[in-house]
Design a protein around this ligand. Sequence first.
Ligand code: ZN
Length: 261
Amino acid sequence: MVEAIDRGTCCPAQTTDASYDFSPEQKKSLQREERKRKQLQKAMHRGEKGSNRRQKKKWRIARSYEKQANIREDFNHKTSKKLVKNACVLIFEDLKTKQMTKRPKAKVDEQTGRFLPNGAKRKAGLNKAILSVGWYQLEKFTEYKAHRASKVVFKVSAYQSSQECADCGHTHPDNRKRRELFVCLGCGHRENADVNAAKVLKKRAINLIQDSGTELSQRGVLRRDTGRGANEKTQTAEAVGAHGCESSKKKVAHATGSSLL
Ligand SMILES: [Zn+2]
């Protein structure tokens, strides 16, 4: 079975039929460490430089980071184990975490030479959310566990996967008015936004497999499907990274489908 994993900041991992999230206890401890660290950092800066007290605070801060990392690692190990157990082909979106978490460029007013607001604080919050979930670790753990179980992991382009309708392929930013709900302006399809994104990724992967698997299809191994949405090619199957702006244009493909389901 093919399963795609959408990674988000509200739900760390969402497949087309299951979501994986931290347990309430884990969430609590993660928040507790966050709060504790803030206090410690304040206290540390009050202390005299080079003092014993300051050093102690520093160690406690480091220990707090470590605790959080352990919780995330535990979560990623358990999640990757379940993912690999439940599917043979695993699809991740090709996220460029490093680029995604870059600091925004400073904006300078040319006349006065003053700095203008560039949303850096908001972006810093998002960066923190992205990094704190440990997306990269989940991917790496899944990769090696899959390898051990003779299963495969591959990545497809994440380009506009959150704006594309899994049912008809209509792509528009307005499809996602609220963070958690996807409502297609083309066909009215309503779904949890993460589930929709996971379905889009899965479709992209299946398109890619079918496109490159002509030898298999000629021998009749791959069946063509005429199910709902089967004739729509998703955005990227044809050109990974071709950033055209033909968003809402429907793309009808020659042969796509979900026979690998
Ligand atoms: Zn639609």
